[in-house]
Design a protein around this ligand. Structure first.
Ligand code: ARG
Length: 278
């Protein structure tokens, strides 16, 4: 079924390319009386050909570098000042595909908008694949499995998601943690950054923070007196993937090829272990 759809899409794409090719030729050949025109015609043809088999030379990624260990800012990162599991993966993709990688920084909420507007080519941001998001962008093969967890003070009585009922809950705006708490039907306060939620918790202004597992581990390691509470029944598995503009199959294929290779040869687990243990 999937294959069939893909084949149909390919045929459609080829037909579209051929159509463009023919159209250009006709236009170019018709008034080919003066040499100036035919030169122009040749140029047009060459450009069309170049575009047809043009390899991707550069990928402009964007991330929100406030999500350790996946992306954070450090003086000496793997891509300029950007470091983390995702950044190392992006750098590897650059090496593997022989393409230049540019990394831009933006708010998490702006990533998919920037992608839809064509401001960037792809996102790499520990972003969970959701049905809602998949309506507006195309996701790559997932490269990491995560889940939401609760961060509480060490002496907290919260032991399951249901214990959050009536408690002061903090989440990051636009993260899946917010969606999950919404779906559980609890009231919460949303902050711009994970670190703000942690401050609230440390200062006793909230009782619990709901956020992705690996990021939670990092915060708990960095801030004394906190612990993680899991609830596998309440919080399901989430998969992180990169995203491209809908229909950008050339880039999607390039990314998927690299991701699948890095999953198969253990590169992604090695990188994850490296940053999570650090
Ligand atoms: N996995 C969560 C989501 O997709 C949080 C991702 C946050 N990523 C970031 N780079 N700030 O909503």
């Amino acid at each position: 079924m999937k294959k069939k759809v893909l084949a149909m899409m390919l045929t459609a794409a080829m037909a579209a390319t051929m159509f463009v090719g023919c159209g250009e030729k006709k236009e170019a050949e018709a008034p080919a009386a003066s040499s100036a025109t035919s030169e122009a015609a040749e140029e047009t043809e060459a450009t069309a050909e170049e575009t047809a088999d043009a390899a991707i030379e550069k990928i402009i990624f964007a991330t929100n570098p406030e999500f350790p260990p996946f992306e954070f800012i450090t003086p000496d990162g793997v891509i300029g000042e950007f470091d983390g599991i995702d950044m190392a993966i992006a750098a590897k993709i650059g090496e593997m595909a022989g393409v230049e990688i540019e990394m831009q920084s933006m708010e998490f909420d702006s990533l998919l908008v920037a992608l839809q507007n064509g401001q960037i080519d792809a996102t790499i941001a520990g972003m969970t694949v959701t049905e809602e998001r998949a309506k507006s962008v195309d996701f790559t093969t997932p490269y990491y499995t995560a889940t939401q967890v609760m961060i509480v003070k060490e002496d907290s009585e919260i032991a399951a998601a249901a214990d959050m009922d009536g408690k002061a809950i903090s989440v990051v705006q636009g993260y899946t943690g917010e969606t999950v708490v919404q779906e559980l039907g609890y009231e919460y306060e949303a902050f711009k950054k994970g670190t703000e939620c942690i401050m609230e918790l440390m200062n006793g202004k909230c009782d619990v923070v709901v956020i992705d597992s690996a990021t939670a581990q990092k915060y708990v390691a960095d801030n004394a007196g906190l612990k993680i509470v899991e609830d596998v029944e309440a919080f399901g598995a989430e998969e992180y993937a990169m995203a491209v503009q809908k229909g950008n199959t050339a880039l999607l294929d390039l990314l998927n090829t690299a991701i699948e290779e890095m999953l198969a040869d253990g590169t992604i687990s090695e990188l994850s272990a490296q940053y999570i243990d650090a």
